[in-house]
Ligand binder design. Structure first.
Ligand SMILES: Cc1cc2nc3c(=O)[nH]c(=O)nc-3n(C[C@H](O)[C@H](O)[C@H](O)COP(=O)(O)OP(=O)(O)OC[C@H]3O[C@@H](n4cnc5c(N)ncnc54)[C@H](O)[C@@H]3O)c2cc1C
Length: 309
């Protein structure tokens, strides 16, 4: 995948980070005829973008983000053809099963937002849940919120497919090549220093995920972000066919075409306390308080590593 570049190359846009954001941006810019160099310190999609659940979700989005998710869903429906790649795209809907009244009413409260945006979301009775999920202990549930146009895809495949398609259009894709600093001139980004040399650019896009605040700090930009760990695991192929994307109580699953499942702990998040927790914590107090039942904190190795510098 990696293409070499000459020290001193010039591109219109340098992109730091080849996750889903960096690779998709590289593709669409290249398609528009803009010259791009994409860099990742590791492999393409080596972090969040290959380890997530793979849900393409419109359900229960904030009203402000719903239009962009509806547009995104429309793009997803043509993406395999556009990228000439198999992405395991499945559009079977997202079902969120509720085992208590609070969860169900939280789904019901969202229905007017869905209706306002013309989104096909409904609340199912336990019997309707059973019809769609015969293998589940549906009698124990209170119902479910179901958005039939939600979908899922294989994260391991999507960002690499974007990167390959961008490369076919002429983008320089440089994996295993960290950006060590961003150069600025007259208050504007003017290029990136990388492990393999300097590349001048009119625009630098930082799509470096959890590392973004560290990359921007030397430029004097504060970008508050803290790391929250989520859990996703993969099973062997299950002997039964299940619906592709279901969140039930404290867990969720996505079934792949080979029958194996991505299993995830639904909503729980773990935060390792670090020096950044002190630097950026104030920006997240309200959010942490709203989610206090779901968040766990620990002080261990990451804090020690941080203190050691
Ligand atoms: C457990 C879990 C489940 C999730 N489930 C879903 C889901 O179902 N649906 C959904 O839409 N989203 C989900 N998400 C969120 C989604 O995965 C992320 O929003 C998305 O992957 C972020 O993509 P990104 O490109 O911004 O960042 P990343 O994928 O984190 O990519 C950033 C890249 O930048 C690179 N990088 C960093 N610093 C440098 C540097 N200095 N030089 C070069 N490269 C650098 C990194 O190596 C990395 O590859 C989930 C996330 C988690 C953790």
């Amino acid at each position: 995948m990696a293409q070499s570049f000459k020290d001193g190359s010039i591109v219109e846009v340098a992109i730091v980070g080849a996750g889903i954001i960096g690779t998709a941006t590289a593709y669409f810019l290249s398609k528009a005829g803009i010259s791009v160099a994409l860099f990742d310190k590791g492999r393409v999609a080596g972090e969040q973008s290959s380890r997530n659940w793979g849900a393409v979700r419109q359900q229960r989005r904030e009203p402000a983000e719903l239009p962009i998710m509806i547009e995104s869903n429309r793009i997803w429906q043509c993406l395999e053809r556009e990228l000439e790649a198999d992405l395991d795209w499945q559009q079977q809907g997202l079902m969120r099963v509720a085992y208590d009244d609070k969860t169900l009413s939280w789904g019901e409260d969202w229905l007017p937002t869905a209706r306002d945006h013309g989104l096909d979301t409904s609340v199912l009775t336990p019997k309707q849940v059973g019809d769609l999920l015969p293998h589940f202990n549906w009698e124990a549930c209170k119902g479910a919120v179901f958005t039939s146009t939600d979908g899922c895809a294989e994260p391991e495949k999507v960002a690499p497919a974007f990167a390959a398609a961008a490369a076919r259009l002429g983008a320089q894709v440089n994996d295993h090549c960290a950006v060590t600093a961003i150069e600025t001139k007259n208050g504007r980004a003017s290029g990136v220093y990388t492990e393999k040399g300097f590349v001048a650019a009119d625009v630098v896009l930082c799509s470096s995920g959890v590392w973004t605040s560290r990359l921007l700090k030397p430029l004097g930009h504060r970008h508050p972000s803290l790391w929250i760990k989520g859990t996703a695991a993969q099973t062997e192929p299950a002997g039964i066919e299940m619906r592709k994307l279901v969140a039930w109580g404290k867990a969720a699953h996505r079934q792949r075409p080979d029958g194996s499942l991505t299993l995830a702990a639904n909503e729980d998040g773990y935060h390792d306390l670090m020096l950044d927790s002190l630097r950026h914590g104030a920006s997240f107090i309200k959010l942490a308080w709203q989610n206090k039942d779901l968040l766990r904190f620990s002080a261990g190795k990451p804090l020690l590593q941080d203190l050691k510098g």
